[in-house]
Ligand binder design. Structure first.
Ligand code: ATP
Ligand code: MG
Ligand code: MG
Ligand code: MG
Length: 565
């Protein structure tokens, strides 16, 4: 490609709203442009990087036995109502109506579509196992799109879905996918870690792992053991305790109001109904639903500006997240063991989550309490009994290692779903004995566009991006110092032609620009090797620049060619 024709304008400065390195550099180097909040155009350089990532993902998915297909983004809303996720996703779900006023959603993920497809395609165990995947656009109306490609409202995902007849089959498929993910992230040159995770809105009954690119800008905190291979997202790091922690003086709740709110609630409804206001100093939620009672208390003098309620009834989970200074988040997990057991997660010293039973006076399905005041209505003395993952604390698994915390960017997430979707959407197969059983599913996502941002975040210096060779938009950048110089033109053109013939993706900077501009732009774009065709070209020599090591060498043109081929 000749740079004189390339649609790639470099910017000296990044727009003020770009706060992270990847966002600033991808804009400045001419890889992406914003159309609206969380919605981006990939310019030619950006598209090439995406294609590199996609190619690696395709190779590894195909090698793992998955088959590529492509499913529609426009999905009938009924399908989402049937799976009961229409409400769970709430405002994150992009909705639209067609000319007949039929309701559609723009798919944030494709469990519903694939499960309903499989219902019609596969009816016998003989046709299983099957794993399919696609690479396509997803839509999520994120509350706070941020950091460029990192949290888009329209973004690229690879999503795969597996169908097995039994859990053993799923275990095999899952471990094959796990290994494929390891190879993908290694090939992309990422520093990453696989961690035990929390199933979130995808739900399911089994194991789940997230793949985290390690980075200070990561939104997730991971606890890692120094001795064993335990690593977990703190959303998931388990804290178990006994019924002793249940507090008592709540039987008499003078000022708290008990009210009936049947059905599944969206976050916004919940905020309204429980009168959660940002300026509140103490937040209290007490909830009974699905036969269980939760109390979630978040205390602090900070703003709780995001309340996330996932699987509100289905998986017995409530999560509160505070993106402010405290990172207060509490997730009551689905591992609930009964009316007197507790299973909870603490994410910050100022956030307290407790799941209890029979303490709130609500005591009935679909009743809530609001305006409960901790201390007045019940006390939290025994909360100290809760074990929590602490920086420097003891590993909950081996009991020997010490935990340290890292920040991670979630680039992939794999789940053992079990029958969550196949039961709701009726995807069953007949077994050898002629019995009809729901298929056992798994699902496996990679944020393709987020991965591009994560690699950019991990690979840069003060001058710009430094792409790993496997993802670089071009392998070699030829910089012709003076386009007026005929000797240089002849040498640069010959080199360009030779490399192109040898299949080396090459960008030729043939612009009529000063040498300084060319060097700056080249470093900003982050192409792994620059070959400088300048005055020494008359003697058959070029300057060979390695972007990562920032080293320079004057070598013969022939030597430069053999190094990059
Ligand atoms: P997050 O916790 O960051 O919101 P998620 O858990 O909601 O992500 P999943 O439903 O697990 O996301 O989707 C699979 C993958 O898609 C994620 O691991 C992530 O890499 C990517 N992804 C999710 N949301 C976005 C987004 N808004 N922009 C870009 N990539 C995303
Ligand atoms: Mg999300
Ligand atoms: Mg997540
Ligand atoms: Mg996830």
């Amino acid at each position: 490609m000749r740079q004189s024709n390339l649609l790639a304008t470099t910017l000296r400065e990044a727009p003020a709203e770009a706060e992270t390195v990847n966002h600033q550099l991808l804009l400045r180097a001419g890889y992406i442009r914003q159309l609206a909040a969380g919605i981006y155009t990939y310019l030619p350089l950006g598209r090439r990087v995406l294609r590199k990532i996609e190619a690696i993902v395709r190779e590894e998915m195909d090698a793992a036995g998955a088959q590529e297909m492509l499913m529609p983004s426009m999905q009938p809303a009924e399908l989402w109502k049937a799976s009961e996720r229409y409400e769970v996703y709430g405002k994150e779900l992009m909705k639209l109506n067609d000319r007949h006023d039929r309701e559609f959603v723009l798919g944030p993920t494709h469990e519903e579509v694939i499960t309903s497809l499989m219902r019609g395609e596969v009816s016998s165990y003989r046709k299983l196992p099957v794993t399919v995947y696609q690479i396509g656009t997803k839509f999520r109306d994120e509350r706070r799109p941020r950091s460029g490609l990192m949290r888009g409202r329209e973004f690229l995902m690879k999503d795969a879905y597996s169908f097995d007849t039994g859990w053993e089959g799923l275990d095999d498929t899952y471990s094959r996918m796990y290994k494929a993910y390891q190879r993908i992230f290694e090939r992309c040159g990422l520093v990453y870690r696989a961690v035990q995770a929390d199933a979130g809105a995808i739900g399911g009954e089994g194991e789940t792992h997230e793949f985290m690119a390690i980075s200070g800008i990561g939104e997730d905190t991971i606890a890692v053991c120094s001795a064993c291979d335990y690593a977990a997202n703190l959303e998931q790091a388990e804290v178990h305790t006994g019924a002793e922690a249940v507090q008592r003086n709540v039987s008499n709740l003078p000022a708290a109001e008990k009210f009936h709110t049947p059905g599944i609630r969206t976050v916004e409804q919940l905020e309204q109904e429980l009168r959660i206001a940002p300026e509140q100093v103490i937040k209290t939620l007490i909830y009974q639903g699905g036969g269980q009672v939760f109390a979630v208390l978040v205390r602090g003098d900070h703003e709780v500006n995001e309340v996330k309620v996932r699987n509100y009834i289905g998986a017995s989970e409530i999560a509160l997240a505070d993106s402010g200074t405290v990172r207060a988040a509490a997730s009551v997990e689905s591992g609930f063991v009964g009316p007197v057991g507790l299973s909870l997660t603490l994410l910050a010293d100022r956030a307290v989550a407790a799941m209890t039973s029979g303490i709130t006076g609500a005591g009935e399905r679909d009743f809530h309490l609001r305006d409960v005041v901790p201390g007045r209505d019940f006390t939290l003395e025994h909360v100290a009994d809760f074990r929590t993952a602490e920086e420097g604390g003891t590993c909950p698994v081996c009991g020997e290692g010490v935990l340290h915390f890292e920040q991670g960017i979630e680039i992939g997430h794999i789940f053992k779903l079990g029958t969550k979707y196949s039961e709701k959407l009726g995807a069953t197969v007949l077994d050898a004995a002629g019995q009809s059983n729901p298929v056992i599913m798994g699902c496996y996502g990679i944020g393709i566009s987020r991965l591009m941002a994560a690699v950019a975040e991990q690979n840069s210096d003060g001058q710009g991006l430094i792409w790993p060779a496997a993802l670089a938009p071009y392998r070699v950048h030829i910089l012709q110092m003076s386009v007026q110089d005929e000797v240089q033109t002849a040498a640069a053109e010959a080199l360009y032609e030779q490399l192109s013939k040898l299949g080396v993706e090459t960008l030729l900077d043939d612009r009529d620009e000063r040498a300084g501009v060319k060097f700056k732009d080249s470093a900003l774009m982050g192409i792994p090797v620059a070959i400088v065709v300048g005055k020494a070209a008359a003697g058959g020599k070029v300057e060979y620049l390695d972007r990562r090591s920032d080293s320079k060498e004057v070598i013969d043109i022939t030597e430069a060619v053999s190094r990059v081929t």
